[in-house]
Design a protein around this ligand. Structure first.
Ligand code: GDP
Ligand code: IMO
Ligand code: MG
Length: 427
């Protein structure tokens, strides 16, 4: 068997959690491959709302196994809180939540370092979620002892104390950050026991065997392709590979094992945090998208920046990821719009281009738009593509022609069942 992938094609928050939760019943295992509690994946069903940060979005589906892969950075405190919430909701996760032994630990000092780096960067700060994501990845590439994960290793407190001596050095260049490190450490050590109590596996062997035995595996991405450490809007990115390539390093599966790549895009575009966003709208239309789309961060509550869908940007993400199917989410947010727009190319230095310049952070890119007629009706009672209003069908056809990828799913509301499938995405 191959491993299918679901990931975001924009700057995160595309609705990945909802789609993974929906499709999970078609799989045996859901595996998160990168990122950490900077992610906030929202699931809404049975009149309840859940936001997952580290735990894969298949956890609410009975009998399904959920693996936190080696590419993920785990904050034991956040994970313990998420587990308490699962317990509160009566979810039997015990034998279904697995952790790759090589998954990395977010240490109490990592949050400090995140905050200190951002403060030191002042106006040019990334506006990180401040969940301590970058520092463990830095420790890994810096080849520090704790960089190899293994939350059950002996002498972990001693190793941590040695590592901590470095950032806590009074000669370091970071500004002081008010943090009660001792209290954090006590909480962290306590929460670590919850993590250590979960079933630990060698993720790469585990998944290989599962695939060999015909099990269906879905890889769940966090963040979005434009936040990828290599191909995103650097330096305004996260610290991991959010693209399909990250599945191979974040789970230990070979590139030849990648099956369907299901890319998710909102019907418009959002970004939270600093950095370039060519189609951002600053006026009333941006406000309207934020209001109607409820665009406030699932992790931090911050208002998301809003703009029109950016097709050259999406084409770039499709190219990087090898997307085979496209899911358009939050289409209902545009229901009342008289007309909508999609950027089809840019003007750069008086020239027309359909490519994102490598130095996007340093240049002024002027998007050019095509306008579409709105459908101005609710989509609530529609169950298949053929019943969609003509203007919406025309718009979807335009997207498919431009992006050269089939749109196989349309999400028409935050709830689990609000999905229209064009063709069976996975059979
Ligand atoms: P993720 O990080 O990609 O999983 O996305 P988030 O959960 O951070 O943000 C997506 C938000 O949009 C959440 O509040 C979802 O409940 C909501 N959502 C997802 N799909 C739809 C949709 O089709 N329509 C509407 N109106 N909301 C949606
Ligand atoms: P999900 O999985 C949206 C953004 C932050 C910041 C930058 C770096 O819910 O889509 P970091 O905390 O990684 O140091 O922040 O990346 N960011 C996200 N934006 N959705 C996310 O995750 C994000 N995770 C990080 O706002 O600009
Ligand atoms: Mg999110």
């Amino acid at each position: 068997m191959n491993i299918d992938v679901i990931l975001g094609l924009q700057w995160g928050d595309e609705g990945k959690g909802k789609i993974v939760d929906y499709l999970a019943t078609k799989y045996d295992i859901v595996a998160r491959f990168q990122g950490g509690p900077n992610a906030g994946h929202t699931l809404i069903f049975d009149d309840a709302k859940y936001v997952l940060h580290t735990i894969p979005s298949g956890i609410f589906r009975a009998d399904l196994l959920n693996l936190i892969g080696n590419g993920v950075v785990i904050d034991p405190i956040t994970l313990a809180r998420e587990i308490r919430e699962l317990e509160g909701a009566g979810v039997d996760y015990r034998d279904r939540l697995l952790v790759a032994r090589k998954a990395h630990l977010i240490l109490p000092t990592h949050r400090y370092l995140d905050a200190a780096t951002e403060t030191a960067n002042g106006a040019s700060r990334i506006r990180s979620t401040l969940r301590g994501i970058g520092p463990p990845y830095i420790d890994q590439t810096g080849r520090h002892d704790l960089g190899r994960g293994d939350n059950r290793r002996p002498h972990l407190p001693q190793t941590y104390a040695q590592l901590k001596a470095k950032p806590m050095d009074p000669h370091n260049p970071y500004p002081p950050i008010p943090i009660d490190l001792e209290a954090e450490e006590a909480k962290w050590m306590d929460s670590l026991k919850v993590l250590q109590g979960l079933q630990q596996v060698d993720g790469e062997y585990y998944l290989h065997e599962a695939l060999e035995n015909g099990k269906r595996v879905l890889a769940e991405g966090a963040q979005g392709s434009m936040l990828d450490i290599d191909f995103g809007t650097y330096p305004y990115v996260t610290s991991s590979n959010t693209i399909t390539a990250g599945v191979c390093t974040g789970l230990g599966v070979a590139p030849s094992r990648i099956g369907e790549v299901i890319g998710i895009s909102k019907a418009y575009c959002t970004r939270v945090g600093s950095g370039p966003f060519p189609t951002e709208l600053h006026g009333e239309t941006g406000e309207r998208l934020r209001r109607e789309g409820g665009e406030f961060g699932a992790t931090t509550g911050r208002p998301r920046r809003c703009g029109w869908i950016d097709l050259p940007q999406l084409r770039y993400s499709i190219l990087l990821n090898g997307v085979t199917q496209l899911v358009i989410t939050k289409i209902d947010v545009l229901n009342a719009f008289e007309s909508l727009q999609a950027a089809t190319h840019y003007q750069l230095d008086g020239q027309r281009t359909e490519q994102l310049p490598y130095d996007l952070c340093d240049v002024e890119l002027e998007p050019a738009y095509e306008s579409f007629t709105g459908w101005q009706q609710s989509l609530d009672d529609i169950t298949d593509f053929e019943q969609l209003p003509r203007p919406l069908l025309d718009y979807l056809q335009f997207l498919e022609d431009y992006l050269k990828v089939p749109v196989t799913m349309l999400s028409t509301g935050p709830e689990r069942q609000k999905l229209i499938l064009k063709q069976v995405a996975v059979d």
